[in-house]
Design a protein around this ligand. Structure first.
Ligand SMILES: [Zn+2]
Length: 318
């Protein structure tokens, strides 16, 4: 495997065949190039076709936000940014695409994504600058009643950690499929009762952490129990009763993009089911660590939780 070391590109492995195959010499331009000194460099994708163009859906992203990257050409590719990398997937209209997630802990300021794509034996790289804007996190003080005798304590750090680890390992997986369509869909009507990234204090404890999802609830005065719908096409990766998140469904949208739906009163899909955008997957409920019925909705990209609301309000350019 060959690691590209061009400026701004982290280690990127292409198949070894790239070193062995030569582009067939069939046009005069190829003959002219054959006179050039032999050097260990990959042939440029742009030399035989349109130049590589890559664009981001917006010029800036908030901490906890995301951008959609698209290229005009390429059969495979990789984007390296903020010390991470993400594989590009074929886009419906041609070229490649991927979502780039900005975590709550990524530093505000200038950043860039180095995008390398390949077609056959040809590769090309372009660097895209973008800006990370600081997010002003909200703070919420929450009181949770003690658990019923015999019930597990959802505030027990060991339980909280075990459940977080379960989801983290799920969200870190990258399946080969690509199922999503744009625009993404809000999974439930109602009011927003908790924002992504919110810092919280439980029962007078220290303020800390960042809320990993968006809470949506049926307005007070109406009967809760709204239908919860899949925000996009995908395959159900998890459908279980968890202690903190209660009845939870996670949908794998492919390419390392997942959505999670928690605290439901019931689940109507099972792991392995294919779901279409808008399919009902459960019912708004109050299972797990809650003060009332609501949906906790989260989106993870490449293992990083991002603000799901920004995926449906158009502010990220998709
Ligand atoms: Zn929540």
């Amino acid at each position: 495997m060959l690691g590209l070391t061009a400026a701004g590109v982290s280690t990127l492995a292409w198949p070894a065949s790239h070193l062995l195959e030569r582009t067939p010499a069939k046009v005069p331009a190829e003959e002219a190039r054959a006179q050039e000194p032999v050097a260990l460099k990959l042939p440029s994708l742009s030399a035989d076709g349109p130049p590589l163009e890559a664009s981001l859906s917006a010029t800036s992203a908030f901490q906890g936000g995301a951008l959609r990257l698209r290229t005009n050409i390429g059969q495979s590719g990789l984007a390296s940014f903020l010390g991470r990398s993400v594989s590009l997937l074929p886009a419906p209209g041609g070229g490649l695409e991927a979502y780039l997630a900005v975590g709550v802990l990524d530093d505000p300021g200038q950043a860039s994504a180095a995008v390398t794509v390949a077609s056959g034996t040809l590769t090309d790289t372009v660097t895209l600058p973008f800006h990370i804007t600081e997010t002003d996190w909200t703070v919420d003080y929450i009181t949770i009643p003690p658990p019923q005798p015999g019930d597990p304590d959802p505030l027990d750090p060991a339980i909280v950690r075990a459940e977080a680890d379960l989801l983290a390992s799920l969200y870190a997986a990258v399946s080969p499929g690509r199922y999503w369509v744009e625009p993404w869909m809000r999974p439930m009507d109602g009011v927003i009762t908790g924002y992504f990234g919110e810092q919280r204090s439980y029962n007078g404890g220290p303020v800390g952490g960042h809320h990993g999802g968006t809470d949506i609830a049926t307005p007070i005065g109406q009967e809760p129990g709204a239908a919860i719908k899949a925000a996009n096409h995908g395959v159900v990766a998890l459908s279980e009763r968890l202690i903190v998140r209660g009845n939870m469904v996670v949908i794998d949208h492919g390419g390392g993009v997942f959505s999670g739906y928690a605290h439901m009163s019931d689940r109507t899909v099972a792991a392995g089911d294919s779901v279409a955008q808008g399919d009902v997957i459960g019912t708004e409920g109050a299972t797990g660590l809650v003060t009332g019925a609501h949906l906790h909705w989260e989106i993870a990209v490449g293992g990083i939780l991002v603000d799901a609301l920004r995926w449906i309000d158009g502010s990220q350019g998709f």
